[in-house]
Design a protein around this ligand. Structure first.
Ligand SMILES: Cc1cc2nc3c(=O)[nH]c(=O)nc-3n(C[C@H](O)[C@H](O)[C@H](O)COP(=O)(O)O)c2cc1C
Length: 194
C-alpha cells in the first residue's frame, strides 16, 4: 500500500536528489523539471515547471502556479503527479511519484498560508506580474486582467508535491537503478535492473 504521509523519515533517494541539485547547480536546467498530471479524461498531461525548493519538512517539493491553470483543476480531481528530472552533469534521472496538494488563497493551514506568503515575497516583480494577467489557457485576449495589489492574489497557488515513490537511474559507466517506495511510513529501497 502506498502511503501519503508527508512526515515520513528521510529517504536515501531524496538525499541523492539533493546531491544532484548541488552538483548540477552551474547548469540552469537543474531548476526545471517535468510535472505530469492526469486529465479528467484519463490522459497524461505534462509540463515544465520551476523547482522552488523544499518545504520545511525538507522532503516536500514546491512549485508555484496560477490557480486558474488546468493543472490545478486536474490535481484537485486526482492528486497523483509524476516528476521527471534529468541532470546533465551527473547524468542521472529521478522519476518521482508524488501526492499533490494545492495551497491557494482560501485553502490550507496557517502554516501553509505562511509558506505561500513567504514564497510569494521571494518572487521577482516580473514573476509576480504574471498572476495579474488574463486567465491562462483561454483564447487570446479572453478573460480579464486583475488589479495589481500588494496583497498575495487569489491566483497565486503553491503546489506541494509529497514524494511516495522514487525511481533513480544513474547513467554512469556502470548503470544503476534503484526504486524507493514509501510503505506504511517507511521508505523501502530496492536495486533493480536498469
Ligand atoms: C522553463 C519553463 C518553466 C516554467 N515554469 C512554470 C512554473 O513554475 N509554474 C507554472 O505553472 N508553469 C510554468 N511553466 C509553464 C508550464 O510549462 C505550462 O505551460 C503552464 O503552466 C500551463 O500548464 P497547464 O495548462 O497544464 O496548467 C514553465 C514553462 C517553461 C518552459
Amino acid at each position: 500500500m502506498t502511503d501519503t504521509a508527508p512526515s515520513a523519515p528521510p529517504c536515501e533517494a531524496l538525499a541523492h536528489l539533493k546531491t544532484a541539485l548541488r552538483k548540477n547547480r552551474r547548469h540552469a536546467h537543474h531548476r526545471y523539471f517535468q510535472l505530469a498530471s492526469v486529465t479528467a479524461e484519463g490522459y497524461p498531461r505534462n509540463r515544465t515547471v520551476v523547482f522552488r525548493g523544499f518545504a520545511t519538512d525538507d522532503q516536500t517539493l514546491l512549485v508555484i502556479t496560477d490557480s486558474r491553470s488546468d493543472k490545478v483543476a486536474e490535481f484537485a480531481q486526482n492528486g497523483a503527479a509524476e516528476i521527471a528530472w534529468y541532470f546533465t552533469e551527473t547524468r542521472e534521472q529521478f522519476r518521482i511519484r508524488a501526492v499533490t496538494s494545492c495551497i491557494s488563497g482560501s485553502t490550507g493551514s496557517t502554516e501553509d498560508a505562511a509558506l505561500r506568503e513567504q514564497v510569494w515575497r521571494q518572487l521577482s516583480d516580473a514573476a509576480r506580474a504574471q498572476f495579474f494577467w488574463r486567465s491562462p489557457g483561454l483564447a487570446l485576449g479572453a478573460g480579464t486582467t486583475l488589479v495589481t495589489t500588494e496583497a498575495v492574489p487569489e491566483t497565486f497557488a503553491l503546489l506541494k508535491l509529497s514524494p511516495v515513490a522514487i525511481d533513480h537511474l544513474v547513467l554512469s559507466k556502470v548503470q544503476t537503478r534503484r526504486h524507493s517506495q514509501l510503505i506504511d511510513k517507511h521508505w523501502h529501497e530496492q536495486w533493480i535492473n536498469p
